[in-house]
Design a protein around this ligand. Structure first.
Ligand code: TUI
Length: 319
C-alpha cells in the first residue's frame, strides 16, 4: 500500500497506532512498527526518565520507523520535549491535547518529522503554516481527550485547508473505515481502541474485556464543563462524575475540585490495575465493533484486506 503518509514515514501500511497513555508502551508500539504500521510510544504524564527508558526499549525491539507522542496536558512536557529533541534520536513525533507551536522550530532544526493531532481546522492550518509534516485530524468519536467535531465533518474540511498529508482518527475500527478515509482524501488512519485489545497490549485484561463486551452506546463524554472533554466507557465513575458535574453546572462560580479528585489516577486504575468501576476506561465510539482479541499483525492485515475488498466491490456503484 502506497500513500503520501507511507512515503513520508517509510512504512508499509498507512496505519498509525494511537499514543494511548499507559497502553501505548514499547511492547505494543514495537509490534505495530514490526508489522509495517507506525508504532507510537505514548508518554502521558511520564517524567523524562520514564520516557528515556521507553525509547531505549523501543530501539531494542524494532529497527522500523516509530514515533513518540508528546502530550501537552502533562506537567513534564517541557522536559520530555527537550529530551526528545536533544538526546533521544527519535525521528518522528506526534503531539496531542495542545499546541506544539513553541517547539516547532527546534523540532525542525533537529530534523524531526512532526505530526500534530488536531481537532479543528484552525489549529490544522496553524500547524501546517509553521512546518508540520502531516496532520492527524481526530474526530470526537475517538476515545480520551477530544474536540467537538465528528470525523465525518472534520476530516474533509481539514483536508481542504492544508496541503500536507492528513491522517484520519476517531471511529476507524475496521477496513471499511480505512477505505472510507481514503474516499474522503485521507492518506491513512490512526487506530486506538482496536489496538487496546491486541494480544501484545499490556492493558489489564478487565479493561480489554470491557471493550470487547461494549456496544454502540457504551461510551460517554465526561469533563465538558472543565474544558477537557474525555470519552470513556460508562461505569460507576462516569455515573458519579456526571452527577457531580450536573450539580456544579448551576453554580455561579463552579469549583471543579470534586471532579479533579474523581479523575485523579483514574486512567492508571483502569489500564494497569483493571479497576473497571472507579477507573477511567478511555475508548472510542467504535468500541462496540471491537469484539476479538488478535495479534497486531492480524489486526493490520484485517484492515488492509477489508479495505481492498471494499474497493474491489465498489465498482457496481459507478455503473
Ligand atoms: O490527546 C488526545 N487524546 C488524549 S490525551 C489524554 S491524557 C489525559 N489524561 C487524563 C485526563 C485527560 C487527558 C487522553 N486522551 N488526542 C489528541 C487531541 N488533541 N484531541 C484534541 C486535541 C487538541 C486540542 C486542542 C489538539 C490541539 C489543541 O489546540 C488548542 C490550541 O489552540 O492550543
Amino acid at each position: 500500500m502506497k500513500t503520501s503518509i507511507t512515503e513520508l514515514l517509510n512504512i508499509e501500511y498507512p496505519i498509525i497506532q494511537g499514543a494511548m497513555a499507559w497502553v501505548a508502551d514499547p511492547d505494543l508500539a514495537s509490534a505495530v512498527s514490526n508489522a509495517g504500521g507506525l508504532g507510537v510510544v505514548g508518554t502521558g504524564h511520564d517524567p523524562v526518565d520514564v520516557v528515556r527508558e521507553k525509547v531505549a526499549t523501543m530501539k531494542e525491539k524494532t529497527d522500523k520507523p516509530f514515533a513518540v507522542n508528546a502530550m501537552f496536558l502533562s506537567p513534564h512536557v517541557d522536559a520530555v520535549v527537550d529530551y526528545l529533541i536533544e538526546e533521544s534520536g527519535v525521528k518522528i513525533i506526534t503531539t496531542g491535547a495542545g499546541n506544539p507551536s513553541k517547539y516547532m522550530e527546534r523540532f525542525k532544526n533537529a530534523g524531526i518529522k512532526v505530526i500534530p493531532v488536531v481537532a479543528s481546522v484552525a489549529v490544522a492550518k496553524r500547524m501546517a503554516r509553521i512546518g508540520a509534516d502531516a496532520i492527524i485530524a481526530e474526530g470526537m468519536e475517538a476515545g480520551g481527550h477530544i474536540g467537538r467535531l465528528t470525523t465525518m465533518a472534520l476530516l474533509p474540511q481539514v483536508i481542504d485547508a492544508v496541503d500536507i498529508p492528513v491522517v484520519a482518527a476517531g471511529g476507524f475500527g475496521d477496513g471499511r473505515s480505512l477505505a472510507a478515509g481514503f474516499m474522503l482524501g485521507a492518506a491513512g488512519i490512526q487506530v486506538g481502541t482496536r489496538f487496546v485489545v491486541a494480544k501484545e497490549s499490556n492493558a489489564h485484561e478487565n479493561f480489554k474485556q470491557s471493550i470487547l463486551k461494549s456496544n454502540d452506546l457504551s461510551t460517554v463524554v465526561t469533563g465538558e464543563i472543565t474544558g477537557h472533554p474525555v470519552r470513556v466507557l460508562r461505569n460507576q465513575l462516569t455515573k458519579k462524575y456526571l452527577s457531580v458535574q450536573k450539580s456544579i453546572t448551576s453554580d455561579e462560580k463552579p469549583d471543579f475540585t470534586p471532579l479533579e479528585e474523581l479523575g485523579s489516577g483514574a486512567l492508571y486504575r483502569a489500564v494497569v490495575k483493571g479497576d473497571t468501576k472507579t477507573g477511567s476506561m478511555m475508548a472510542g465510539q467504535i468500541a462496540g465493533l471491537v469484539n476479538k482479541e488478535q495479534t497486531v499483525e492480524e489486526i493490520i492485515l484485517d484492515y488492509v484486506t477489508e479495505a481492498k475488498a471494499v474497493f474491489q466491490n465498489s465498482k457496481p456503484y459507478f455503473e
